[in-house]
Design a protein around this ligand. Structure first.
Ligand SMILES: Cc1cc2nc3c(=O)[nH]c(=O)nc-3n(C[C@H](O)[C@H](O)[C@H](O)COP(=O)(O)OP(=O)(O)OC[C@H]3O[C@@H](n4cnc5c(N)ncnc54)[C@H](O)[C@@H]3O)c2cc1C
Ligand SMILES: *[C@@H]1O[C@H](CO)[C@@H](O)[C@H](O)[C@H]1NC(C)=O
Ligand SMILES: *[C@@H]1O[C@H](CO)[C@@H](O)[C@H](O)[C@H]1NC(C)=O
Ligand SMILES: *[C@@H]1O[C@H](CO)[C@@H](O)[C@H](O)[C@H]1NC(C)=O
Ligand SMILES: *[C@@H]1O[C@H](CO)[C@@H](O)[C@H](O)[C@H]1NC(C)=O
Ligand SMILES: *[C@@H]1O[C@H](CO)[C@@H](O)[C@H](O)[C@H]1NC(C)=O
Ligand SMILES: *[C@@H]1O[C@H](CO)[C@@H](O)[C@H](O)[C@H]1NC(C)=O
Ligand SMILES: *[C@@H]1O[C@H](CO)[C@@H](O)[C@H](O)[C@H]1NC(C)=O
Ligand SMILES: *[C@@H]1O[C@H](CO)[C@@H](O)[C@H](O)[C@H]1NC(C)=O
Ligand SMILES: *[C@@H]1O[C@H](CO)[C@@H](O)[C@H](O)[C@H]1NC(C)=O
Ligand SMILES: *[C@@H]1O[C@H](CO)[C@@H](O)[C@H](O)[C@H]1NC(C)=O
Length: 522
């Protein structure tokens, strides 16, 4: 697009009326140097952010490294600037400045994107870091929590439970993950078969749009914006506040795990073991929404465990659920199996793997150097798919054969009584509500190490072993895989029909493609 066309567009947006709360502030148009040799995106951003008094950092600032450093150390990118807004007006101004400087924008919430998309997924973006948006308030009558776009999952869980609030939300396991990416791209936890995906609990969103307006989006107010944000927020705006319908926290939670190392003895043993688990998973006389679980193949192909949570008394779990599962496996569970009765917060804390769910609001340093990808399927796995998966592991991934440390987790999303599968693409811009299983294949090396290309090949091969036998497989949006080109990514994450619908909305809501990363909707 030519600069004059861009200027025209911004001008018409700025003049388009003032129905919205916060109009695009400042003089319309692009940076005065745009299109000349004097143009420098960083300088243009600085000039504009200074003009609007938005706090920000650039590469020469002493605080730069701590804000620019990615969670995934394999994928480090350098933004042009990092804005640190303290108000929705600052966010609106930041978006306006990015339009002037013609740089892409990505908000950062918890920063846990697998592809470092909150840092751009490429150099030169404007990151809008939401670390100052950390408030959580709970309406005790409706049970609706209003949650800032920078809140981490651990702090969220504590805020809605503590002080005798005793409320809960379904979400993922790692306390440092942010609400911003997680809730807008699905969001699975062991409570999701009871409460739904994290996104299913959203009832409203406060959002800054590409034209700088700040609106409340819900089913009746800006419904298209509301639809698109739930599945593709990275391409549609900056969510400043989430309105979330909480549930009463389950009073009794069972944390359970049964392990069967024999499953790795041969591909046939693997088929027997996983088929047994799958038979159990589909058995509606014992499995309902109170049960959430997955299978982990860990220790670089040394361990196979079935583990999860059950909402109810441990005696009930022991008398009904456990025997039905164990009856499907050819071996008794190994001695490292365990069944413990815990409360809700203890269950989340055990899952998080740290002594507390509390996460510092600033300067989190946990990192990993990793490559991960996923397979989603709406149908049970065939014997052949399972056999190929285990054969691939035995041939390429056991012990010292493995080029990187790795694990696979196969989570049950669907099945009898699942709250996830009660919704579909008419509810949100998300294609995974009808998934039965979601596999995550994850490889990592030391944070400061170098991730070998053989590690990428290995994880890709593990995925391919399964997809070669699964018709109509997809991929999970919260495990974004940057090795897909945008066409592949769109097909795997959204499917053609949903993608077309989103692409149409995108050209209306964000015609300059400001909110973008290498795989975002366009
Ligand atoms: C250790 C770890 C454990 C995990 N466990 C689980 C799990 O149990 N279940 C599960 O489902 N997933 C899990 N994930 C994946 C996780 O859900 C995704 O990585 C998620 O997108 C991270 O959200 P974030 O806000 O931390 O990421 P960010 O990197 O901040 O953001 C991710 C993307 O969302 C965009 N975004 C962020 N905030 C906003 C906002 N406010 N408005 C609009 N767009 C925004 C960013 O621009 C970026 O494109 C895990 C990831 C890690 C690293
Ligand atoms: C843009 O300006 C910054 C200083 O503000 C400088 O560090 C950077 O090298 C410049 N970039 C280019 C491409 O000239
Ligand atoms: C930025 O860095 C300075 C000194 O290095 C420190 O005092 C300050 O607290 C930092 N600010 C933020 C917001 O991190
Ligand atoms: C949706 O948002 C509008 C505009 O803010 C508000 O008037 C309405 O009450 C909201 N609807 C619900 C169900 O919250
Ligand atoms: C159960 O607790 C163990 C620690 O005892 C933890 O490693 C595991 O992740 C927990 N599992 C679930 C599903 O909460
Ligand atoms: C449940 O079963 C486990 C063994 O799987 C046992 O350790 C535990 O004591 C049992 N709990 C109850 C309350 O029966
Ligand atoms: C389902 O579980 C029940 C209770 O354990 C068991 O009797 C029944 O055989 C199981 N059904 C199948 C198809 O495995
Ligand atoms: C999707 O969900 C809506 C609302 O629950 C329902 O009316 C519709 O039939 C569902 N569509 C499909 C294809 O299942
Ligand atoms: C990685 O390197 C950085 C600096 O190069 C250092 O501060 C950090 O402690 C290292 N981390 C690990 C896990 O070695
Ligand atoms: C994306 O990758 C697929 C499969 O490798 C290839 O067929 C297609 O041409 C690629 N598309 C683009 C736009 O690069
Ligand atoms: C900003 O964009 C939204 C969504 O496309 C639109 O409804 C609104 O009218 C626009 N506001 C202005 C001031 O142009």
């Amino acid at each position: 697009m030519s600069p004059s066309r861009l200027q025209q567009m911004l001008l018409s947006l700025a003049l388009a009326g003032s129905c919205a709360a916060v109009p695009l502030a400042g003089p319309p148009g692009y940076d005065a140097n745009y299109g000349t040799s004097r143009f420098n995106a960083t300088t243009a951003l600085k000039t504009c952010l200074d003009y609007h008094q938005v706090p920000y950092y650039v590469e020469t600032d002493p605080n730069w490294t701590e804000y620019a450093t990615t969670f995934n150390s394999r994928l480090q990118y350098e933004p042009a600037a990092i804005a640190l807004p303290t108000s929705a007006q600052h966010i609106s101004n930041s978006v306006g400045c990015a339009a002037k400087a013609r740089v892409p924008v990505q908000p950062k919430s918890g920063g846990h994107s697998y592809a470092s998309y909150s840092t751009g997924g490429r150099d030169g973006i404007l990151m809008i870091d939401l670390e100052n948006f950390n408030a959580v308030t709970l309406d005790k009558v409706t049970g609706i929590a209003v949650v800032g776009g920078g809140v981490r999952l651990g702090n969220l869980a504590l805020a809605i439970y503590n002080n005798r609030n005793l409320r809960a939300l379904a979400h993922g396991t790692c306390p440092g993950v942010g609400i911003g990416g997680h809730f807008t791209h699905g969001g699975y936890g062991y409570s999701s078969r009871a409460f739904g995906l994290a996104m299913d609990q959203i009832v409203g969103l406060d959002v800054v749009l590409a034209n700088g307006t700040y609106v409340h989006a819900n089913d009746t107010s800006y419904p298209e914006v509301y639809y698109a944000l739930r599945g593709a927020a990275d391409a549609f705006g900056v969510v400043v506040n989430f309105y979330l319908q909480t549930s009463p926290a389950p009073p009794d939670v069972v944390n359970w795990s049964f392990s069967f190392p024999q499953a790795l003895a041969s591909a046939e043993a693997g088929v027997l073991a996983f088929k047994g688990v799958q038979n159990f998973a589909l058995n509606g006389s014992v499995v309902d929404g109170k049960l959430g679980f997955g299978v982990t193949i860990g220790g670089n192909g040394a361990s196979f465990s079935v583990h999860g949570t059950y909402f109810g008394p441990v005696a009930t779990f022991n008398a009904t659920v456990a025997p039905a599962l164990l009856a499907q496996l050819p071996w008794p569970p190994a001695s490292d199996s365990s069944v413990q009765a815990v409360d809700w917060i203890t269950s989340l804390t055990l899952l998080g793997g740290a002594p507390t769910l509390e996460v510092p609001l600033h300067g989190v340093t946990d990192r990993d150097n990793f490559f991960a990808k996923s397979v989603t399927t709406t149908e049970p796995f065939s014997d052949e798919a399972i056999r190929k998966f285990f054969q691939y592991i035995l041939d390429n991934g056991v012990g010292s054969k493995a080029p990187v440390d790795w694990f696979s987790i196969i989570n049950l999303y669907g099945g009898p009584g699942s709250a996830i599968t009660r919704k579909n693409e008419t509810f949100a811009a998300y294609s995974g509500h009808d998934d039965l299983w979601v596999i995550q294949n994850y490889g990592n090396v030391a944070v400061n190490g170098s991730f070998p290309s053989a590690g990428l090949d290995f994880i890709n091969g593990l995925n391919d072993a399964v997809t070669s036998e699964v018709l109509g497989f997809g991929a999970y949006l919260n495990y974004v895989d940057p090795t897909y080109n945008s066409t592949q990514a769109h097909n795997l994450y959204y499917g053609t029909e949903l993608y077309e619908r989103l692409s149409t909305l995108k050209h209306i809501i964000d015609p300059l493609n400001l909110f973008s990363n290498p795989q975002s909707i366009w």
